[in-house]
Design a binder for this molecule. Sequence first.
Ligand code: F3S
Length: 279
Amino acid sequence: MNVTLAKTAGFCPGVKRAVDMAYHETGKEKVFTFGPIIHNEEVVSDLMKKGVMVAERIEDIPKDSGATVIIRSHGVSRSTYEALQATGARVVDATCPFVKKIHRIVEAQEAEGKHIIIVGNPKHPEVEAICGWCKNSPTIIENETDARNYTQNKEIETAIVSQTTFNYKNFKDIVEIISKKGYDINCVNTICNATEERQTEAQEIARKADAMIVIGGKSSSNTQKLYEISKKECRNTYYIQTLVDLDFSKLKDVDNVGITAGASTPNNIIEEVHKACQK
Ligand code: F3S
């Protein structure tokens, strides 16, 4: 069996940086991540064993007690950032630099008097955090229907940014709908290449594969997307969380297997599956 493992499988640079920063804080007292550092139970529980707890709310961080709080790669709003600082804890900001850049863009564009549109999922923590760096209330557009329904005073210029993991084609279509309405827009494509590269590579591998394995957490939306893309190219695509879920009987008569993994899948899980397929 030929096994092709995607080079882009697993952690993107921003997630890897945040996880490394969390591990760097192990061994110290009263260390918290603000929310789970990534959508991966294994990593979260391993960090817990090493003393890194998860604070779901600001109140979970003991005040003025020499605690450390790590902000995850999605980032937080300005008010949350300030509330974390107000606890007296040392704040370790592991916001992905690409996400941080969006915070700076919305601040600067608003300072120039523009209305902000964020293209993305309004319930995603990254989008919630971006909203929190806008002084005025931004518009969040998730799909083409939202774009068609969008109305704004045409005197006001608009700046459009996007959630880093948004699909590029959908973003382009949404921007086109808004621009056809005659608004004066400044569109900044803030989609991160890591997602696109991972999706393109998955598609290319799946196209040549007889079976495709996609590894990632059940609730990971980017893994779900990789599964959909792979499934379109390769009928025998399997979504697994760890090696335990892999049914080897399905790979019996297969010559070429492809493997990819979502952005929050740790390397050891990917390696385990890779090795097992090579046996
Ligand atoms: Fe950052 Fe891109 Fe990952 S924005 S968190 S490197 S998907």
